[in-house]
Design a protein around this ligand. Structure first.
Ligand code: UDP
Length: 451
């Protein structure tokens, strides 16, 4: 058995490329695997620059690219269009790319492709060439299991076959006895709020079934029910949540502002409210205003990630965030992008106001910080159910405009809840122990890819 050579094929958006790139870095650095990472031309230059300056690109890890077919004048935020053009453009080019990569590396040909969601078509291309395939899923296993259950739910008359909306008689969805009952609005396709995505995922999940493994950054303790629904799910988590010592493998595409760590060093233990909504959420200007004034009202130190463009306002002049005139923010530190894992593990952090993206969820759980859940779309609502109702390590906001007074009230409620704080520490210990199981599963996967 030689070294496994993985061809990683992410859907070309930050939320897929970044976690897959980090996973590939783990495969190359810790397990001696060879990686060819396929980017779209659009992201290639940026990625290459970041990967070579961080030392991520190496003899074991090479970046290659193909066009995604999106016209430069087209709207890249139209994911429906990007999904279609990526497939139609890349599908014909991929066999040649694989041939070229194998030609350069005759002794170490590609043994396995790893795709993310929306790139299931590449599994078929690989299978036609006799190459194995796996899915790397950058969200929860429960979200994946719910997509995997779509056909059953349709068949049982629980959801409509064309748009995924619940039929009248069904007020709750219960995917299996060891999963929480969920409001239909927590289903990831429901939140996409768009028939195209529902129909696309119905098709896509069948394509993804061609993968031998569905690799998830989770553990059997965190989501036992999801694992029982979809036996292909291989829990390999917690992955990378403890990469707090070096920035080389953390966020590649946005530059981390490390000055917030020095600022945190000057704060009292467990005093700082950390607010971050990940890489994609945008917040309406009136909600942004309430949040800013809520942080002032709270009168506690806060670290707030205000990503360029987060408030949904067009922003061409390099400024980010449109703060209300009354906002003084004197107790806080605001950054464009934080070294989140280091931040969460800093002793000054008291709680995490989070959009409940899956990576943030795992990182928060791993750091033992209580959550104030503020989900917006897709699987974030489902993750909130786990945080608040299953693991009971946080409290949350309901949908709608959240006013400044409520922000203050909920943060204070969370910080005063000793039960939640104790459960956070207990869950942290369990998840740290789960690392062994994740490692074992990862080794099993790597051995399978070698055969
Ligand atoms: N992140 C970061 N710095 C920030 C905010 C987020 O490094 O200031 C990272 C975070 O650690 C996580 C990822 O970005 O790994 C966000 O992923 P998640 O699944 O939580 O949300 P998404 O961006 O997919 O909505």
């Amino acid at each position: 058995m030689g070294i496994p050579h993985f061809l990683a094929i992410p859907y070309p958006i930050l939320g897929h490329m970044n976690p897959l790139l980090q996973f590939c870095h783990v495969l190359a650095k810790n397990h001696g695997c060879k990686i060819t990472f396929l980017s779209s031309d659009e992201h290639f230059k940026k990625l290459k620059k970041a990967a070579s300056s961080s030392g991520m690109e190496s003899e074991m890890m090479r970046l290659v690219s193909l066009p995604d077919g999106v016209d430069p004048n087209d709207d890249r935020s139209d994911q429906g269009k990007v999904i279609l053009t990526t497939r139609t453009t890349m599908v014909d080019m991929l066999p040649k790319l694989i041939e070229d990569v194998n030609g350069m590396d005759c002794d170490n040909k590609i043994t396995c492709v790893i795709v993310t969601k929306n790139m299931g078509w590449a599994l078929q291309v690989a299978l036609n060439l006799g190459i194995k395939g796996a899915l790397f899923w950058p969200a929860s296993a429960t979200a994946l299991a719910s997509f995997d259950s779509m056909q059953t739910l349709i068949h049982q008359g629980i959801i409509d076959s064309q748009n995924g909306l619940p039929t009248k008689e069904h007020k709750e969805i219960h995917l299996s006895s060891n999963l929480p009952k969920m409001d239909p609005s927590a289903m990831p396709w429901y939140c996409l709020d768009n028939t195209f995505f529902f129909l696309h995922m119905k098709q896509e999940i069948q394509t993804l079934n061609q993968a031998q493994w569905w690799l998830c950054n989770t553990t059997s303790h965190l989501e036992p029910g999801a694992l029982s629904i979809s036996p292909k799910v291989l829990p390999i988590g917690p992955l990378m949540a403890d990469q707090t010592t070096s920035s080389s493998s953390s966020s590649l595409i946005l530059k981390e502002d490390e000055t917030c760590l020095e600022w945190l060093d000057q704060q009292q233990p467990r005093s700082v409210v950390y607010v971050s909504f990940g890489s994609m959420v945008s917040i309406k200007p009136n909600q942004f205003k309430e949040l800013a004034l809520g942080l002032d009202l709270l009168n506690k130190p806060f670290l707030w990630v205000v990503r360029n463009g987060i408030n949904g306002c067009k922003n061409n002049n390099g400024n980010y965030g449109l703060y209300p005139d009354e906002f003084h923010g004197s107790k806080g530190k605001i950054v464009n992008w934080a070294p989140q894992k280091k931040v969460l593990n800093h002793p000054a952090i008291a709680c995490f106001v989070s959009h409940c993206g899956w990576n943030s969820t795992i990182e928060g759980v791993y750091s033992g910080v209580p959550f104030l859940c503020w989900p917006f779309v897709s699987d974030q609502l489902m993750n909130k159910i786990y945080i608040c109702d299953v693991w009971k390590v946080g409290i949350g906001f309901e949908k709608g405009l959240i006013l400044r007074e409520e922000i203050k009230k909920k943060v204070e409620m969370l910080l005063g809840d000793e039960g939640i704080n104790e459960r956070c520490l207990r869950l942290k210990e369990i998840v740290i122990k789960n690392k062994q199981e994740g490692q074992k599963n990862l080794n099993e996967f790597i051995n399978w890819a070698k055969e």
